[in-house]
Design a protein around this ligand. Structure first.
Ligand code: SF4
Length: 384
């Protein structure tokens, strides 16, 4: 029997780039955050458990078919190509390819449950799906999902235990800010209190919690509030991961309305870095033990990574050493980074000479602050 096709959603967290993707719900049940343009044109709906289980079956069947071509430590690519070409539809070929990439280049032990807030599903349905993953794809060791803080706060401790026992390991949650003022401004539909309640429940159930912080989203006006109140939430929840996602105002997003209404000004690239520093400086290492990660190209300093209980002094020193550079050196690195240079400022010498000359020229001569930020913004637009 031919395997069926399975659905594939649009996004996953960067840390799940190598995971198999299983679409359990479609789109976002909230869909109102002002900075987010992802699902604005699509309605949310859950998928019937039986349908999701069929998708899991299809994944397992593709895996089995592909693995029959694995012999003597290698894949028979001719046989794989033949099989791929013999599939009747483009959808089947896409599913085959996705499972092949997962088997050969991905993390064979990880699966991510799409889309934006799968935790909204009835817990017993979600537990049934998670258990089925464990049965049909026994190589999977890590099952993760997105969950909004507002949803996480409503789930009972007993349901979290059921989900944990079924095999749900990690929840990613876009907290974005711990400040109620900022949360309200960006229409996040949640509060600091819900973030703390939800986060603590997840942690208490033994499920890992990965939260996202968006430095800059409160604008210049709420920068200090954003930093301090976010640190307060981190201290109260003790998440396993705090992932940095520097905010950049996206053309066409509803944040433009917030800006145009007045009282919100986008900070500069360097001001957002200072906000990250301020947030880190307010984390209490006796209360927070997880890891800060800068796992997105949108962050200026990619090297700001470390455990909150032991590496905060290092992270602050690292940021301070960048801030202590002569302005021209800072600008050179900023531009290089925004052009996609992935390393830290000590490695600028590795740039191609043509890039280096271009960067030096702009960093020296583009002195108008607005024009400079606009230039950086134009590069960053590619990443958001
Ligand atoms: S909850 Fe997530 S996906 Fe939904 S609108 Fe907000 S940021 Fe976008």
């Amino acid at each position: 029997m031919e395997p069926g096709v399975f659905k594939i959603g649009p996004i996953r967290p960067p840390s799940e780039a190598n995971s198999l993707l299983l679409r359990v719900t479609e789109n976002c049940p909230w869909n109102k955050c002002k900075f987010c343009m992802l699902y604005k044109k699509n309605d949310f709906h859950t998928r019937p458990v039986a349908e999701v289980k069929k998708d899991i079956d299809a994944m397992a069947e593709y895996r089995d078919r592909i693995l029959t071509h694995f012999k003597d430590g290698d894949y028979d690519m001719e046989a794989i190509n033949q099989e791929y070409q013999s599939l009747a539809t483009a959808e089947e070929r896409m599913c085959y390819q996705m499972v092949f990439i997962w088997l050969t280049e991905g993390n064979r032990q990880a699966i991510f449950l799409q889309d934006a807030n799968t935790m909204v599903l009835r817990p017993e349905w979600l537990a049934e799906i998670v258990s089925y993953v464990r049965v049909r794809l026994p190589e999977i060791q890590r099952i993760t999902s997105y969950g909004r803080a507002n949803t996480l706060a409503k789930i009972s401790q007993a349901d979290y235990k059921m989900l944990h026992d079924a095999g749900l390991n990690r929840i990613h949650s876009g907290y974005e800010s711990g400040s109620d003022k900022v949360l309200q401004l960006i229409c996040k539909g949640t509060t600091q209190e819900e973030q703390i309640i939800g986060g603590r429940k997840v942690r208490e159930a033994g499920i890992e919690l990965s939260i996202y912080f968006m430095p800059g989203v409160g604008g210049r006006e709420l920068s200090t509030d954003n930093a301090i109140e976010t640190a307060k939430v981190i201290n109260a929840v003790d998440p396993n991961f705090v992932r940095l996602r520097t905010f950049v105002l996206r053309t066409g997003s509803l944040m433009e309305e917030v800006r145009d209404a007045g009282g919100w000004t986008e900070g500069t690239d360097m001001e957002k870095l200072l906000e990250i520093r301020n947030m880190i400086a307010h984390i209490d290492p006796t209360k927070a033990h997880g890891k800060i990660t800068s796992d997105h190209i949108i962050n200026l300093l990619q090297e700001v990574n470390g455990y909150m209980d032991t590496e905060i002094p290092w992270m602050l020193d690292y940021i301070d050493s960048f801030l202590a550079l002569p302005e021209l050196e800072q600008r050179k690195y900023q531009l290089a980074r925004r052009m996609g240079f992935p390393l830290d400022w000590k490695q600028l010498y590795r740039l191609r000479e043509s890039d280096r000359l271009y960067i030096e020229d702009l960093a020296k001569n583009l002195v108008d602050e607005k024009a400079w930020e606009k230039k950086l913004h134009a590069y960053m637009d590619r990443y958001i």
